[in-house]
Design a binder for this molecule. Structure first.
Ligand code: KIV
Length: 291
């Protein structure tokens, strides 16, 4: 099957993303997660700007209940699969839990594994306390995306996957965190699970683009999880997920049709089978026999 005409993104470099700001008249950035080569090709042909090889792979692909179970090796494995598809998008490798919490040196070492796997930059969760790690990464020429608000790796500390910064003091802290990340060298900041008004404050307070997920309309871009937006996942979705397809339902129907065809003897038919040449069939005394 011929691929559809690619819509190349003009914003697949770190400096181009860093320069994007809706208030300066730029179109919002588009980011989706992808975890393998087919997903990367879909994202690329759809013209998205950035692919996040997210630690959400733990929940949407590997069946875990949270993102804490995946390692640098897991993320490198999925990043390499995405990179092999050579998507025309900026590839962001997600640093998993405990890969950037111990020391700047260990952080750089772990981030290097994702860069060597094919990411062009990395993402990490958390505010001011991550500044030493971010500075060490930038110093090692590894561009960094920050991630604030509902940070899934803090699920236990937050007491569940809960919208953050709902009170004014917490909202001001979030703005201060965003400024600290920008100052430390982050070239973009993901804002997850915060009120629309708070995301707007943060977006106005920083010069780097904000990319929202469950953070309303005022961010400089939006990100959704691939399986959510395609409806590959049909269990309960948070309210910020818009499903643009229902692929899970279509997939179940297709596999059920295959099962019915196999059980009813309708698959495979002659056109879906390989045949010997007439000469070879004759040599095997099959021609006119088995046929
Ligand atoms: O891992 C992920 O998919 C993420 C997004 C929710 C931003 O971090």
């Amino acid at each position: 099957m011929a691929p559809s005409a690619a819509i190349p993104s003009a914003r697949r470099t770190v400096p181009a993303v860093r320069a994007t700001k809706v208030r300066r008249g730029d179109a919002p950035l588009v980011m989706v997660t992808a975890y393998d080569a087919p997903g990367a090709r879909i994202a690329s042909e759809a013209g998205v700007d950035m692919i996040l090889v997210g630690d959400s792979v733990a929940m949407v692909v590997l069946g875990y209940d949270d993102t804490l179970q995946v390692t640098v090796e897991d993320l490198a494995h999925h990043t390499a699969a995405v990179a092999r598809a050579r998507p025309e998008c900026l590839i962001v490798g997600d640093l998993p839990w405990m890969s950037y919490h111990v020391s700047p040196q260990e952080t750089v070492h772990n981030a290097a594994a994702l860069i060597r796997a094919g990411a062009q930059c990395v993402k990490l969760e958390g505010g001011r306390k991550r500044v030493p790690m971010i500075e060490a990464l930038v110093d090692a020429e590894i561009p960094v995306v920050g991630h604030l608000g509902l940070t899934p790796q803090s699920v236990h500390a937050m007491g569940g996957f809960r919208v953050q910064a709902k009170e004014s003091e917490a909202a001001l802290q979030l703005v201060a965190d965003a400024k600290a990340l920008q100052h430390a060298g982050c070239f973009a900041i993901v804002l997850e699970g915060v009120p629309d008004e708070v995301a707007r404050m943060v977006t106005e307070a920083v010069d780097v683009p904000t990319v929202g997920i469950g953070a309303g309309r005022h961010c400089d871009g939006q990100v959704l999880v691939f399986h959510d937006l395609l409806g590959l996942e049909d269990r309960v979705a948070p309210k910020f997920v818009r499903r643009y397809a229902s692929l899970k339902g279509q997939a179940v129907e297709a596999v059920a049709a295959f099962a019915a065809d196999v059980r009813g003897g309708a698959f495979p038919d002659d056109s879906e089978s390989y045949h010997l040449s007439v000469d070879e069939a004759e040599a095997l005394s099959l021609y006119g026999g088995a046929h």
